[in-house]
Design a protein around this ligand. Sequence first.
Ligand code: AMP
Ligand code: FE
Ligand code: FE
Ligand code: ZN
Length: 271
Amino acid sequence: MTADLHIHTTASDGRLSPREIYYQAKLANLKSIAITDHDTIQGVLDLRSFTISGIHIIPGIELNTDITDYEVHILGYNIDVTSSQLITELDKLAKGRTSRAQKIVDRVTDLGFPIEYNRVLQIAATSKSLGRPHIARALIEKGYFSTMSEVFNSLLARNAPAYVPHYKLAPEEAIRLIEIAGGIPVLAHPGLIGNNALIIELIRSGLRGLEIYHPKHTELQIKEYLALANEYRLKVTGGSDFHGIPGRFPEQLGQFTVPAYLADKLSVSHA
Ligand code: AMP
Ligand code: FE
Ligand code: FE
Ligand code: ZN
């Protein structure tokens, strides 16, 4: 039995709606999935209005945090989506993302790649968690670039000319917010941070798990992080970081999975 504990939907920068994710996960015979959108629980809420059967859906989130020079993302599992502190904070994050998207549109336009903010909003559709991928799609559509990584490398990545930060929590604040909402804070894709001293510092800030299995992790990193999880008594998680973007592995749910017992260990009764 398999699971996928890291999935994005159209509520953030994924291409499939929560309902499409549900159907695809059933087709792929997954036992459990976690919906972990960037800075939003809208996808989890949307799924609650459908009849779900034959699959366990873990309410989750992926919080981007504020730390110089690194992309530190904290996953939260089995969060209480009615937590008022969580809702208030997510609202602030969404507003910060909106004003940052407007600034990026101005910046790329000034740099000679004019796009319309309204087109970005159309691409983002129902998502209130505006991200760089929505802007990248508007730039590709205009024919300025052909792939997402080309846009990121040329304009949107950290240190690229149109990079604009948005309001974020510090890692320890993100960890605390997830705890307040009754969830389990887990460090997403430590391999993308690649700085073990920083990873240990983050663990000491209160993380309860490490995302060991991720499509971008090497065998060596997996071994190294398993040893860290063992040393610090952390839960082991993993997922595909599915976005449903053509050309970005995995293109389909079920192509990268983890054993379902890892999902079971995230339920509070197993804490
Ligand atoms: P944001 O939430 O606006 O900071 O955008 C972050 C998202 O952009 C990530 O979750 C990825 O989906 C995507 N992303 C980040 N770096 C790249 C890259 N180099 N190429 C393609 N997509 C990327
Ligand atoms: Fe993303
Ligand atoms: Fe991430
Ligand atoms: Zn992710």
